[in-house]
Structures are given as structure tokens and as C-alpha cells.
Design a protein around this ligand. Sequence first.
Ligand code: FAD
Length: 296
Amino acid sequence: MRIIDEIFERSPTLSFEFFPPRDDIGFWDLYRTIESLKPSSPSYVSVTYGAGGSTRKKTLELVARIKRDSGIEPLAHLTCVEHTRAEIGDIVDDLKNHRVENILCLRGDPPEGQGRFTARPDGFANARELAGFIRDRHPSLCLGAACHPETHPEAASPEADLDNLKRKVDAGVNFLITQLFFGNDDFYRFRDRCAQAGVFVPIIAGIMPVLSAKQIKRFTNMCGAAIPPDLLTKIEAVEDDTDAVRHVGVLHATEQCLDLIENDVAGLHFYTLNRSTATRAIFQQIKSRLAVKTGR
Ligand code: FAD
């Protein structure tokens, strides 16, 4: 199933992101997590690609297994970092041989310890080049890409970031998934700016339920997303109490999702960090509204 077809037939889509675990025990835990999320009938699940191609084998293995055994459509993340064009060609052919139909084309974050992304001379400089290469090689694949409602931290300006996004979409991208954000107004403003700039592909909202104060500060520092002051105050008031932080996080994400559904978002994509409790709690609160919109 091509994700773009699902978006047109039944939006908002519902999807979950996982990363490939390090060892076999982690894999078994993850399969259990995926099973526990199945009752929410996800449109697809995505599997991340580790910094510097470090999870190449594990990402491909997990994606192939999800496709073969789970009955859920996988979306394979793929990054440019440290790969030659020939290697990327092999990976994409491999995915195609496993009947994977959806790839998320990303530049990628540099490996641990390397401050900035450096393109290989025989590789790709950005996600646009990667998407264009895959589009030419396998025209039937459905391609997604990342977008950044609060602007990518390395972009010269919001306008430059949007120009780059337009070029990326024009290279053959079918849909976009946002970086995590906590203020829906940032998302709506960004969606309007995309439309004004001629970026008309569906934009799926990336949702991360806050599970820990320390962790969310680290993530937002890395990706340039802001934590709204009222949310930050609520988190900091209970930051030593894991259950209370989780409660605040689930409540905020639930309100975000309900508002996004009302405002015709193309999809909700949950950054699960391989856990299911918070995502399942949110799903319980939004499922009736999702059902009304999608008929699912
Ligand atoms: P690009 O679209 O290439 O943009 C990167 C920067 O370069 C931007 O500032 C852009 O404005 C600028 N730029 C682009 N083209 C040009 C140009 N021609 N000239 C000048 N500037 C240009 N990382 C991983 O390592 N593995 C993952 O699995 C992964 N999954 C992700 C999933 C989602 C949904 C999202 C939102 C992010 C994910 N990331 C992942 C993180 C992502 O790799 C980083 O955010 C990365 O820093 C940028 O990736 P991009 O694909 O948006 O890059």
C-alpha cells in the first residue's frame, strides 16, 4: 500500500515510529510493542535509520519483517549520511525486492561526535538529491520527506528552508512528516506558508508525548522546536515524578491531536521511542473523533 493513496482515501492517517533495537531481546520487546498497538489499526509504521548508516542491516531486517509478518505497511527511513550513491542504490533495490513501497528520504543527522553533516563526494548533499535519485530509479515508490514547522536549525532563514523544501518536494516527494512540535499554531502557520509557496503535498503532524523533562529538553534543543511556556511550567512542576510528567505529556498530546483532527490534518505520526503506553492512552481519547473523520 502506498501511503499517499491511504492519505487520499482515509485521512487523517495514524502512524507510529520505531527505531531498530540493539539486540535480540530488544527486538522481541519491539514486536510486542507493535502487537500492542495493532488494535489502533495504524495506517503504517515507520522504522528509523541510525546515524551514519549504523543501523542499515537492522532497519532493513525490521522493515522486511514488518512487511512480511505483521499485516501493517512499513515506511523505511533512509539517510544520506556516509553512504555513496552506489550503496543507496543497493539499499533501495533491496527494499524494493522486499516489496517495500514507501521510503522516507532524509539527509540524516551526523554520527555521534561529528558536529555537522558533511556530504561524501560520491554521495548526496541533502534529502532533495536523495529523493530525486530514488524517484528516477524506482518511479513507482511512494516517497516521504521531513519538514520543519519551526525551521531547521541549520537553515539560513525560514524562507531559505521553505525554498529548499519546495525543491525537495518538486524532486518527487509525495508527502511530508513534520519534526515534533508542541504548539499547533506553529503547525498551522507552517501549513499556510507551504501552500503560499506552492508546496501542496499532504503534511503529516509529528507528535511526541512528553515522557521525561530531561529527555524533551534534549530533543527540543537538538531540533529547534519550542516548548510552550505553560507546558514547560506544568512539566517542571512535577519533573521528579515520572508518572505525573507522563500524565501532563499525554494530556497535552491528546489536546494537540484533537485540535489537529478538527483542523483537517493529513495524518498523525507518533514518535513512540519504542514504547506504547502513552500512545495507547492518547489513542483511547482520540479514536472516536478519528473514526468520524475516516470511517475506520
Ligand atoms: P534536508 O531537507 O536535506 O535539509 C537539511 C538542511 O539543509 C536544512 O537546513 C535545509 O534548509 C538545508 N538545505 C537543503 N537543501 C539545501 C540546498 N540545496 N542548499 C542549501 N541548504 C539546503 N535522522 C536520522 O538520522 N535518521 C532517521 O531515521 C530520521 N528520521 C526522521 C524522521 C522525521 C519525520 C524527521 C522530521 C526527522 C528525522 N531525522 C532522522 C532527522 C533529520 O535527519 C534531521 O532533521 C536532519 O538534520 C535534516 O534532515 P532533512 O531530511 O530535513 O534535510
